[in-house]
Every structure is written in C-alpha cells, then in structure tokens.
Write a protein that binds this ligand. Structure first.
Ligand code: FES
Length: 338
C-alpha cells in the first residue's frame, strides 16, 4: 500500500510523492527524482531532518546527536529513518532547487468554460496526467494565446481527473479576456502546486471565511471532506457583494449535506440587496463561534478582509488556535492598472 506524502519546500513549492509501506521517505523521494538533503543515511548525522506537520509515521534507529528527544516530541523527523503509516505532510527546510526539483508542470486541455455570473467563471481543465496538491493550494495557469500565466486555487479535490477553478471576471484582464472567447480543447499548462493555505487535520471546530471567489479553496476542502468525512463542526461564511455573486452555492450546500457537519451562512454586502444577513463577516462572526479560542480559522479573501477579521478577533478578546489565510488579490486588475 502506498501513501501520499506532500513535501513542502521552503520556497513554497509542494511535491506530492508516493511512499510505499516500509519504504524510507528519502528512498521514495529519490525514486521520484527528488534529492532530499542526506548524508549518512543511518540516523547519525541529522542532515535529513525535516518536520512532519500531519500524519502518522515511524522512525527507526537514530542517535541523540542527530535529533534530540525534544525535537522528536515536536514531530521533527529524520527522513532517512522515516516510514509512513498514513498520508503525511512534511516541511523540508530547504528550497526545492536544492533538492534538484521544482514546481511540477502538467499539461491539460480546457474541458469547459462556464460563466457563472457577470463576475465569475468556472474553468474545467482535463489534466493529461495527475497532479498532486493539498486541498486549498493554488497553481499558475498559462493563458492560451499569450505568454501570461495567472494563479488560481483549485476548487476540485486532489486526485480528480478534471481540475476546476473559480475565476473572477475582471474587465480587460488577461485571463478574463481569454475566458470570454476561449474554446474547449485549448491547451493550458498548470505549474505548481504552491501555497501554505491548505487543509490540516481537523482536530477542533472549524470557522471558514470565504470572500467572493475566495470560495474556491473551500470547495476543494469540502470535496475532500465529502470523501474522507469528519466529525468536526464546520461553519462556512460565504460573503459576496450581490446575490448574483453567490456562485456555486448549490454545490456548497450539496457537499455540506453530504459531510453532515457543515453550516453554510451567506452574507451580502450591497445596500441594494434584500438578504437576511447584510454587511461583512465581521458584522456576523460571534464570540461563541470562536469557541473560547478552540477553533481553526481559514480565510480566503481580499487583503482588507484579512485585516478586518484579525481586528475583529482582537475586539472580541479571543484568538483562534490557528488562523490560516490566503490573501486573494485580483492580479489581472493589477496588470490592467499598470
Ligand atoms: S542522512 Fe544522516 S541522519 Fe539521515
């Protein structure tokens, strides 16, 4: 049986490798052309020290000089002595380049382009070969007919043959202009995956905050949990400007129902809309939802949303156990402004 092990390098690149039962992580990486730092291969020198962020593993022999008991308790590992017992996420303290690897590039063809509203598209890409990533991460996508590429979070789950992306429609933007005229069969290249915004194991209640098309990584997380299941309560706030921007809501609700522990709360910011909850997430997230700090918060939205939520937690006097965020910046807009 092989497990999937995500190697997160210092430069933000992630590579997902297969590790067979009883196979050492350094051997598995080498088999897949990734040279993790290594010297003695015997648990003596400590050169291969990494940190296992998620998952179950075993360490064989190692000397105190290579790794202390305190480090072992903090889940540091010696990759040359490590076998895995589940899927794992490992932080490697060097760049991907040092390990003679880099971001993976996978080709795919456009399967469909769907305008979901005036403000967003769904892009579906059929991948020519699988691309490993963690739910929540993003890739750079080449824009057909140009030299440009743009970054988008997967809204599909890892392992799906078709990758989907939720893309904001920015007037005059490179990707938006392509999506307006693009056709099925166009070839694209996906480079990545990247980013530290990914779903960790769920050990406490979850508070997820999505601003606009910042919903995308949460769709990937929900798709993943719909397969894996979870006992933890998840509250997902989905905040947009107008009712028409609440795209993919049916998909969110269907996934929420399948998982069974997810509460979906929508908020509209526009004054002109009639909705039971108006304003911003900071008008609605309550102290109870912070559960005395025993909550993991994930946020994907524009930079002011990240700051406003941070201030909101301060004003409520409760800091969450973990606060993971992805600042969603419309890079097409930046290019137009330039
Ligand atoms: S390579 Fe020396 S301890 Fe792993």
């Amino acid at each position: 049986m092989a497990f999937q092990v995500a190697l997160n390098f210092e430069d933000g690149v992630t590579r997902v490798i297969d590790v067979d039962e009883d196979e050492k992580v350094t051997d598995a990486a080498f088999r897949q052309k990734i040279n993790l730092p290594m010297d003695c291969r015997d648990g003596v020198c400590g050169t291969c020290k990494c940190k296992c962020e998620e998952g179950a593993y075993e360490l064989e022999f190692y000397m105190d000089e290579a790794m202390t008991d305190e480090e072992a308790e903090e889940r540091f590992v010696l990759a040359c002595q490590m076998t895995v017992e589940s899927d794992c996420i490992i932080s490697v303290p060097v760049s991907s380049q040092v390990c003679k690897t880099g971001a993976q590039t996978v080709a795919g063809s456009v399967q469909s382009i769907d305008a979901l509203s005036d403000t967003s598209y769904n892009l579906t890409v059929k991948l020519h070969k699988p691309m490993g990533f963690l739910p929540g991460q993003y890739v750079n996508i080449s824009v057909p007919g140009t030299d440009a590429h743009r970054s988008y979070s997967f809204s599909s789950r890892p392992g799906a043959e078709e990758a989907t992306f939720l893309i904001r429609n920015l007037q005059g933007g490179v990707m938006s202009s392509y999506l307006e005229a693009g056709s099925t069969g166009d070839e694209v290249k996906l480079t990545g995956p990247m980013g530290a915004f990914y779903l960790r194991s769920l050990e406490r209640p979850q508070l997820w905050l999505a601003g606009g098309t910042g919903l995308a990584p949460f769709l990937s997380m929900l798709e993943t949990l719909a397969e894996q299941g979870t006992e933890q309560a998840i509250t997902l706030y989905y905040a947009v400007t107008n009712a028409a921007d609440l795209v993919e809501l049916a998909r969110v609700q269907e996934l929420a129902e399948k998982i069974g522990t997810v509460r979906v709360i929508t908020i509209l910011a526009s004054e002109d809309e009639d909705h039971e909850r108006k304003g911003f997430v900071t008008d609605h997230v309550t102290a109870e939802e912070l559960n005395g700090g025993n909550v993991d918060v994930y946020l994907c939205g524009p930079p002011p949303m990240v700051e406003a939520v941070r201030q909101h937690f301060k004003s409520l006097g409760t800091e969450p156990a973990n606060f993971y965020f992805e600042k969603f910046t419309p890079n097409d807009a930046i290019e137009v402004a330039a």
